[in-house]
Design a binder for this molecule. Structure first.
Ligand SMILES: NC(=O)c1ccc[n+]([C@@H]2O[C@H](COP(=O)([O-])OP(=O)(O)OC[C@H]3O[C@@H](n4cnc5c(N)ncnc54)[C@H](O)[C@@H]3O)[C@@H](O)[C@H]2O)c1
Length: 382
């Protein structure tokens, strides 16, 4: 039986919306356009961008792909897109952080079947909660592109954790050249704590919190609100239970001559995870490194897992080759998938969700809990 295709549009045809799809070094698809075009169950028919050059480049490429049989429509604003195209099932919002609130709310008000929102949800949790309240009011599910949740290498870590015994500690590290935090950058979100930190906090909370039951997930409330729209409650005061990184102790703060934060460490004690209580989770960030590094190290009583951009390693306790009667950690040969499928997996989850075959792997609620965790860290940096 031929299955229906979901009709999609993109708001924002910049790097993640479109052009990262041409980066030869990146695993492809690496942009929303290429990932949507690559899924047989989706018809990508329209886009909008306030930058006409970006939009025209997008139109030419997608028109070639779609041919004459499909529409390829472009509009200078989302308002015009929504007024003219009334059949959208999926709207992807891939604009800059400072426009997430405005554009995501407009997308939700259109009432598609699903909104895919780029990370971070918004500039702060107050804005994010406005998005959530609108999503609940309109009964529209929102998923957030925290892509590592869909990557097969990260997913294989969950299976490996069983081999390393009890978790003793987790360390997440993110090093880049982008400033970590300065109050003046809150208006547009151009600081690494928010921009990249959201990925680090998200994947740690995802890997460790996987099986913890959530008290009050957005999907359940969406159902309730659909059945009883008058009783739609504001959720802004509710704390999502998916936040497992709470009550941080911030240390090692280094500020440059302008007072901009360039290094910090943050420690969480007795973190309740789906693998038991972890004595300590540490996150370290640098914003003055002349390289980019994203890694997580999980130390167990029998071994260790290291995973980051482009690598995943498992070390297990084996009899030492150097000392009689001792055990050392030895790197294991592990089979990893050639492609992680981080972007195509995200789009496939959207299709499976719309088909009614899967939950959203990266729901809005989880991404809001990431923002809250980041804001708790930020309070310790001021
Ligand atoms: N998931 C990831 O790994 C990843 C990677 C890169 C960027 N991002 C996120 O994606 C978002 C976009 O980042 P980018 O690097 O693609 O930025 P970008 O500047 O390359 O692209 C953003 C595009 O949105 C357009 N735009 C801005 N406001 C608009 C509006 N109101 N209506 C229509 N178009 C509008 C801009 O003209 C631009 O073309 C950010 O939130 C960023 O954090 C995520």
């Amino acid at each position: 039986m031929k299955q229906n295709r979901y009709i999609a549009a993109i708001v924002g045809t910049g790097r993640i919306g479109f052009t990262l799809g041409f980066d030869k070094k990146r695993e492809q698809p690496a942009s929303h356009t290429m990932a949507l075009l690559g899924n047989k169950r989706i018809k990508l028919i329209a886009a909008t961008d306030t930058n006409q050059e970006n939009l025209e480049q997008w139109r030419k490429y997608v028109r070639k792909h779609n041919g004459k049989k499909e529409f390829t429509l472009t509009f200078p604003s989302s308002k015009e897109l929504y007024e003219n195209v009334t059949c959208l099932d999926i709207i992807t919002v891939a604009v800059n952080e400072d426009n997430h609130l405005q554009e995501c709310i407009k997308a939700i008000e259109y009432k598609p079947k699903l909104v895919i929102l780029e990370k971070p949800v918004a500039l702060n949790s107050e804005e994010a909660e406005k998005i959530r309240d609108k999503a609940l009011e309109c009964g529209v599910p929102v998923m957030v592109n925290h892509e590592r949740r869909f990557a097969k290498d990260y997913l294989s870590v969950v299976k490996m954790i069983g081999q390393i015994g009890d978790i003793q500690s987790v360390v997440g590290e993110l090093d880049s050249g982008l400033r970590i935090y300065g109050e003046e950058f809150e208006k547009d979100g151009t600081y690494s704590l928010l921009h990249d930190g959201t990925h680090l906090v998200d994947i740690i909370q995802f890997l460790l919190g996987g099986n913890i039951e959530k008290e009050d997930v957005t999907n359940d409330r969406l159902e309730e609100n659909k059945q009883n729209p008058e009783k739609t409650e504001s959720t802004s005061s509710k704390e999502g239970s998916c936040q497992i990184l709470k009550n941080p102790l911030v240390t090692g703060v280094y500020k440059d001559e302008k007072g901009i934060v360039r290094n910090f460490s943050v420690h969480y004690q007795s973190v309740v995870s789906s693998f038991g209580t972890i004595p300590e989770v540490t996150i370290k960030m640098s914003g003055r490194s002349k390289f980019f590094e994203f890694r997580i190290e999980i130390l167990g009583t029998l071994g260790k897992i290291c995973i980051g951009n482009g690598f995943a390693e498992l070390f297990l306790r084996k009899e030492s080759k150097l000392y009689t009667g001792f055990y050392s950690l030895t790197k294991q040969k592990i089979k990893l998938p050639k492609k992680t499928g981080y972007f195509s997996g995200m789009i496939q989850n959207a299709v499976d969700f719309l088909d009614g075959n899967s939950e959203l792997v990266s729901p809005l609620e989880d991404a809001i809990s990431d923002l809250r965790a980041l804001e708790e860290i930020k309070a310790g940096l001021k």
